[in-house]
Design a protein around this ligand. Structure first.
Ligand SMILES: *Cc1c(COP(=O)(O)O)cnc(C)c1O
Length: 398
């Protein structure tokens, strides 16, 4: 039997009908605590009143015109994003991959403008940049490449968190035009680099005239306890992409750029039919308002620390725990063994979580989580992992 949905996802046997804040309800009426947020998307939780109002107001007037015309709320959003990011200019698409595609095209054009015919972008092992041909070629995960060769050329790969490797690639390759990295690796297992990684990459890019391009699709929009993760370092990139949390679930991505990179793409070079239409911009503006009004960036920092401490207290030192780490509200509990089954066990206890990179329990809680809810999540997730791992307080693993 061929499914009417192409079989690109292994789906859990549950469908949701509605949500409220960090709770979401399945079609049978069971309640779940959403600690994944649709993979870092619904940072403001479900059915956020201000986002709902902005979207319904906008859709009742006009939801799409075209980028052939002026779009005032797109301009307003772009202005707000440049203010909060330190970038100069924005291009809007409909997803993370599209935002990264724009960055890759921008870097190639930047190279050609300098007389480099075969521009090369340095990317890293373990990265995830999307599923389009260019972004999957940039991605540092063989499983995502497999079967889709020939990959796009023009990428050179360095280990993550290794500035020397980037420097060495540049020494032997005069075609390098840009470095594209995630400030914290997300899909690849929440890998947090050394404190000075971005600062050192910035200096290296400055020395060589390369663009420093940061993929903040997952880390952006307050998730790490700063509006953008690079704001933990004292640097500005040349190009930043973000998407997931940008419009709380309406499809949207943005590629932002600064200085020369901000004027590289010209009329006719790039485009998108839907990108930045009035509907998604209304949602993103409401998201920015709520983040500001409710101080959610600071809340993310606070909640991240609180939950990380909580997990360390509950699980730290256990034989089955390899590492507990976090960067704001990107929290990883790495087990010593593969633990994909934890996802369905969690579901059965009313928790939506994720396991990535085989053995990393990945939590991406909402920025609107209260302290009380955060403590409850820590307790329930810890208990789940203890029981699963056969800790003496739980049942042995079968
Ligand atoms: C999710 C993700 C992407 C791809 O975003 P899509 O919206 O799925 O295209 C790219 N980069 C990073 C770091 C991501 O986490």
């Amino acid at each position: 039997m061929i499914s009417p949905i192409m079989n690109t996802y292994k789906r859990l046997p549950v469908a949701f009908s509605h949500g409220q804040g960090i709770s979401i309800f399945d079609t049978a009426g069971n309640e779940y605590t959403d600690v994944l947020c649709g993979i870092a998307v619904t940072g403001l939780g479900h059915a956020h009143p201000a986002v709902t109002k902005a979207v319904t107001d906008q859709v009742s007037r006009v939801n799409h015109t075209s980028n052939l015309y002026q779009i005032p709320n797109q301009t307003e959003l772009a202005t707000r994003l440049t203010q909060v990011s330190g970038m100069d200019s924005c291009f809007f698409g409909n997803s993370g991959a599209e935002a990264n595609e724009a960055a890759i095209k921008l870097a190639r054009l930047y190279g050609h403008n300098k007389g480099i015919d075969l521009p090369t972008i340095i990317v890293t092992d373990g990265s995830f940049h999307g599923r389009t041909m260019a972004t999957l070629s940039a991605t540092g995960n063989r499983a995502i490449h497999a079967g889709f060769e020939p990959l796009l050329t023009g990428f050179a790969r360095a280990p993550y968190n290794d500035v020397e490797a980037v420097r060495n690639i540049g020494k032997n390759n005069s075609d390098v035009v840009a470095v594209l990295v995630e400030p914290v690796i997300g899909e690849g297992g929440i890998v947090i680099p050394d404190e000075h990684y971005l600062t050192e990459l910035r200096a290296l890019c400055d020395q060589n005239g390369w663009l420093l391009m940061l993929d903040e699709i997952q880390t952006g929009n307050g998730r790490t306890g700063k509006y953008f993760a690079y704001q933990h370092s004292d640097i500005l990139p040349d190009v930043v992409t973000t998407a997931k949390g940008l419009a709380n679930g309406l499809p949207m991505g943005v590629c932002m750029a600064r200085g020369e990179a901000a004027t590289t793409l010209k009329a006719g070079n790039h485009g998108s039919t839907y990108g930045g239409n009035p509907l998604v911009c209304a949602a993103a503006l409401a998201v920015m308002d709520a983040i500001e009004k409710d101080n959610l960036v600071a809340r993310a920092a606070h909640l991240g620390e609180r939950m990380l401490e909580g997990f360390k207290t509950e699980l730290g030192g256990a034989a089955y725990i390899k590492d507990i780490r976090g960067f704001g509200l990107m929290i990883a509990i790495e087990l010593t063994e593969p633990c994909a089954e934890l996802v369905s066990l969690a579901l059965a206890t009313g928790l939506l979580i994720n396991v990535t990179a085989g053995s990393v329990v990945r939590l991406l809680p909402a920025l609107i989580t209260t302290d009380e809810q955060a403590d409850d999540i820590v307790e329930r997730v810890s208990k789940l992992i203890k029981v699963y791992s056969g800790d003496d307080r739980g049942r042995p693993r079968t």
